[in-house]
Design a protein around this ligand. Structure first.
Ligand SMILES: Cc1cc2nc3c(=O)[nH]c(=O)nc-3n(C[C@H](O)[C@H](O)[C@H](O)COP(=O)(O)O)c2cc1C
Length: 194
């Protein structure tokens, strides 16, 4: 199925955001889990795959030393600046935050999204009323696919949730505009404003 990782990220994040809206904490895990134990518990069949899991519960009041150390190592509290992620018309023109208009809050929601090892692989080009989503691929595929395409699905979810929250709406299409890209940048999909 094409784009299955993106669809997975989108659907999983929608569930996580819903849990958060109820005051519950979540965190997607794709690496630091005992995959075999989870697969056995979920009775994952031969033609099935367990891509990510998340605990759902009341977050602890304080972090363990291990968690603090890991977050520091990953720079988990930092996000890339707006102009490194978002562009206008082409990758040569960073988007001016002040002139991003109705896209300002949806883009900020993308910027703050969680991603595997906090790589923030999303790069977006605003082209009039269409927003193109690209993956800045920094990891090789693993046997389950491309984890960074899961991140793009998460970003797409954040973008659409906030877009809709502000009374706008968009349709997701896969129509590569064939704009010049740079190394490791891959077109994923676009959101066309309704
Ligand atoms: C697809 C995906 C996989 C992840 N896998 C792990 C993981 O295996 N272990 C872990 O501790 N955190 C994992 N995370 C959490 C990220 O490390 C975290 O989102 C990022 O460092 C930013 O931190 P924040 O979400 O708390 O802002 C994952 C996140 C995503 C989106």
């Amino acid at each position: 199925m094409p784009n299955y990782e993106v669809a997975l990220g989108y659907a999983f994040e929608a569930a996580c955001l819903y849990a958060e809206s109820l005051g519950l904490g979540t965190v997607m895990l794709a690496g630091t889990l005992n995959r075999k134990t989870f697969e056995e518990a979920m009775e994952v069949g031969e033609d099935e795959a367990l891509a990510v899991v998340s605990p759902v519960g009341v977050p602890a009041k304080s972090m363990s030393l291990r968690e603090k150390a890991m977050r520091k190592f990953l720079g988990a509290d930092k996000r890339k600046p707006f102009e490194e992620l978002f562009f206008e018309g082409s990758f040569d023109r960073p988007l001016d935050k002040g002139s991003s208009g109705m896209f300002l809050h949806p883009l900020e929601a993308v910027r703050l999204a969680p991603s595997a090892t906090n790589q923030q692989p999303w790069r977006l080009i605003i082209d009039g009323k269409t927003v193109h989503f690209y993956e800045n691929k920094t990891y090789k595929d693993n046997p389950l696919g491309d984890i960074q395409r899961v991140d793009i699905g998460i970003a797409l979810c954040h973008f659409l949730v906030v877009l809709r929250e502000e009374g706008n709406d968009g349709t997701v299409v896969v129509e590569d505009p064939k704009l010049p890209t740079k190394e490791n940048l891959f077109y994923i999909c676009s959101v066309k404003l309704k």
